[in-house]
Design a protein around this ligand. Sequence first.
Ligand code: GDP
Ligand code: GDP
Length: 470
Amino acid sequence: MKPLVAIVGRPNVGKSTFFNRMIGERMAIVEDLPGTTRDRLYGDTDWNGRDFTLIDTGGLEFGNDIPVGQVGLHGQPGDLMNHVMDQVHLAIEEADVIVFLVDARSGITAADEEVAALLRKSNKPVILAANKADNAARRMDAVEFYALGLGEPIVISSIQGSGTGDLLDVIVEALPSREEMEEEDEEGITRIAIVGRPNVGKSSLLNGILGSPRSIVSDVPGTTRDTIDTSLEYEGRQLRIIDTAGIRRRGRVGPGVEKYSVLRSTRAIERCDVAVLLIDASEGLTAQDTHIAGIIQEQNKGVIIVVNKWDLAQEQRRAEREGVYARPDEEIESAEGYREIIGEGLKFLPYAPVIFASAKTGYHVKSILDTALQIADTRYLRIPTSRLNEMLREAVRRFDPSVIRSRPLKLYYGTQTRVNPPTFVFFVNDPQAVHFSYERYLENRLRETFSFKGTAIRMFFRPRTREERR
Ligand code: GDP
Ligand code: GDP
């Protein structure tokens, strides 16, 4: 998902001209929405290596449920102003960055003031741009837009193209970081990816899950060629299982199968809420398992580590004890041994629950599903800002970050910006002063206070001054 940049402003300030200029040869039109008055509303572009989508809100029409454009009133000033305000509301809700365009030729109008008042109250980054500044005199005049209380206007001429590069620089600077842009997905459907090396038991686990009595199954037409999605209802909830085993059954793949399985796992992980990583209990933790676990961690997903074929491992251990069967090279680990090996080998996933299971006998298969659902719920937790800041105050009281470093850290406040994965932004005096150990301390406080289970949590530290600029 790309960040969305909305152009707002009253009619005739040059929104469409500016938009069309930005949609130069490099930019591809992505889609035309029905019910719009202009043919081009959305366009993708990139600047300084960042991709984003630009939207010209001037072309949006709203349905009848929104009282704009009543019959006979088209073109009346009040009517138009409602329309503009609706566009601004929409931009505030939807966009990541808002470009507020004003007309340097006409100076500040009452409509500009009304829009500015609404934008000042929003929590979105707003960039003020004074268009139609075609000559030096107009560029000087544009200074008056300071009065709108949105900072320094960027002076541009959409017709001549002057100043637009500066404007793009400022837009790109205000975009959320790439990590913050990960999509929030269809609510209500929990997507579980079953991943792991070939032969760990992925298909067997899927079959075990589908065999459980309360599931209703339907195949979802493959979203990608390499994975097969299965939808089912489990305890009143919609699940989608992303299985990566499918393709292998169509024809055994020769050399390179392991490498290819990582590729398939990566795609499945990208699309899931919770990844179920299968490890073969009879073989132990391998480098390949660690590799896949690393991808899950990088993608900030929910995760369960399943030590599968536990029946087999138990049998092997019994045989070993009885001296019937022994593997001279390595011994089969106990559950405690496995916990240690996983704790050490996958220490970058300290929050991952470990389940010993058997896809073959059904042992703990239900528990895998139940845990996956709990983790999915955790990922959608929304912590009220007041409770978060209560926690922060308490955390700082216990362990004051300003006394541990030469560069003192002041933690002002925090807010949860996204769910799935839970994402927090903390406003501080100096992000450079946030020591790794303090970050980990805060993460642990978050996990303990709000019971985040089995999922990555993302934390960003922002200088407070930038927030105040908005
Ligand atoms: P919108 O309703 O805000 O989308 O405004 P338009 O893009 O349709 O532009 C309104 C009018 O202003 C058109 O006649 C444009 O040619 C003109 N216009 C747009 N940008 C500039 C500019 O930078 N300089 C001048 N002189 N005219 C401009
Ligand atoms: P995939 O390649 O990851 O999909 O693995 P499969 O589900 O095809 O399983 C590979 C082999 O391991 C098959 O022969 C399964 O019967 C066997 N297997 C899978 N799960 C278990 C288990 O829990 N216990 C035992 N004993 N065998 C299993």
